[in-house]
Design a protein around this ligand. Structure first.
Ligand SMILES: *Cc1c(COP(=O)(O)O)cnc(C)c1O
Length: 376
């Protein structure tokens, strides 16, 4: 007797079938084609990339690198030593990922069984809930306060015997909110595994308003993981390289899950060059911060954008007098890509990454033009 699968029934795992597809940022090439313009003229402010590009040293080193035919070091020894010096942590505590995204995925795969719980604080980075659902885990959402701070009492009240991971982000994406260290510590004291995503660390650290990174605390809390990335400040988003600082209890398991060659040699080479040229890259970070602070003053003057405070390289704003999706589409017609949100908590909101000064001038003039059309 032959056993035939029931072809009418989907054989895919139920949790995968139920998940809504993840929509990443739009493709600038595609928009350029639609508008009949060169791709270089597209102002891409939808993914928090460094608008100045990466360092010239990275370009130079990658073009003369001769080791592309050889697999990368699976143990990432040289890279971890360089990163240890940069981040001020021990090399043993570090693991590099194919973007911080991969480390988020590895953590979820290591910790979440079906039915386990991830505690998330929306609005936050969509990949957390997305990756948790891939494990058939339950996402417990603790909504943020009106000012996007975290209600620590509500967070603690949401913990259950099924809780496995508490996911914190500082500065948070898409709100730009920084979490006070005292609040992070209160949550750490619960003993549950806390993953603190510091993807935008360099921007908060350099803006002069004070920011305390928690990387140094991983040595003191066996339940703390801190994630960072080279995608945003260092302009390496396209090469995919991020890292995490882990206590031994966590890293010993992640090493088993990590694909041996997860970070390619181009990314490792670029990371070293970025660290060598960090003075240049931090110069671009400071320019981005200055532009951010200019836009925070200029956006309200348009009469269409109500920006929230931010410590990062992007600005979340409420769109007034126009539907948010229409606003996004009108900017796209002018060659400007931004991110639109329409959730119960983020009605009619857009997130604009800070561009180069001349790009930001174009954004401001387009928004002023839209406002004039509306008679604002
Ligand atoms: C961009 C981003 C990441 C992912 O970074 P990659 O290293 O490019 O994967 C992680 N967390 C947050 C909050 C981000 O905004």
């Amino acid at each position: 007797m032959t056993i035939q699968p029931d072809v009418r029934r989907s054989l895919v795992r139920e949790c995968i079938a139920n998940i809504a597809a993840y929509h990443g940022p739009d493709d600038p090439e595609y928009l350029a084609k639609r508008l009949g313009r060169p791709v270089e003229s597209i102002i891409k402010l939808d993914a928090n990339e460094n608008p100045f590009g990466t360092s010239p040293l990275v370009q130079e080193v990658l073009s003369s690198y001769t080791g592309y035919s050889v697999y990368p070091d699976a143990a990432q020894r040289t890279a971890r030593a360089a990163l240890a010096e940069y981040a001020g942590v021990s090399a043993d505590s570090l693991i590099l990922g194919n973007g911080a995204d991969e480390l988020i995925d590895l953590l979820m795969r290591a910790y979440l069984d079906p039915g386990d719980e991830l505690v998330d604080f929306p609005p936050s980075f969509a990949m957390y809930a997305f990756n948790a659902q891939l494990q058939d885990a339950k996402v417990v959402s603790v909504p943020r306060n009106d000012d996007f701070s975290i209600d620590v009492d509500a967070a603690i009240a949401a913990l259950s015997p099924c809780t496995k991971i508490i996911l914190l982000t500082s500065p948070n994406n898409p709100t730009g909110t920084v979490m006070p260290t005292a609040d992070v510590r209160r949550i750490l004291e619960t003993g549950y595994l806390v993953v603190l995503d510091e993807a935008y660390f360099e921007f908060a650290d350099a803006d002069g308003q004070g920011f305390e990174t928690m990387v140094g605390e991983v040595a003191n809390y066996p339940n703390l993981v801190v994630l960072r990335t080279f995608s945003k400040w260092a302009g390496l988003a396209g090469l995919r390289i991020g890292y995490g600082v882990f206590p031994t209890e966590v890293s010993k398991h992640l090493w088993k899950l990590k694909p041996p060659f997860n970070v390619n040699v181009a990314a490792l080479t670029a990371m070293q060059a970025a660290l060598d040229d960090r003075a240049h890259l931090m110069g671009t970070v400071r320019k981005i911060i200055a532009e951010r602070d200019r836009l925070l003053i200029e956006f309200p003057k348009t009469g269409m954008l109500k920006p929230y405070p931010t410590r990062s390289n992007f600005i979340l704003s409420e769109v007034v007098s126009m539907d948010g999706a229409t606003f996004r589409d009108r900017l796209a017609d002018e060659g400007i890509l931004v991110r639109h949100y329409n959730t119960p908590r983020l009605r009619n909101s857009i997130r604009i990454s800070v561009g180069r000064p001349e790009q930001n001038d174009v954004v401001l003039s387009v928004v002023h033009k839209l406002a004039a059309e509306l008679g604002l």
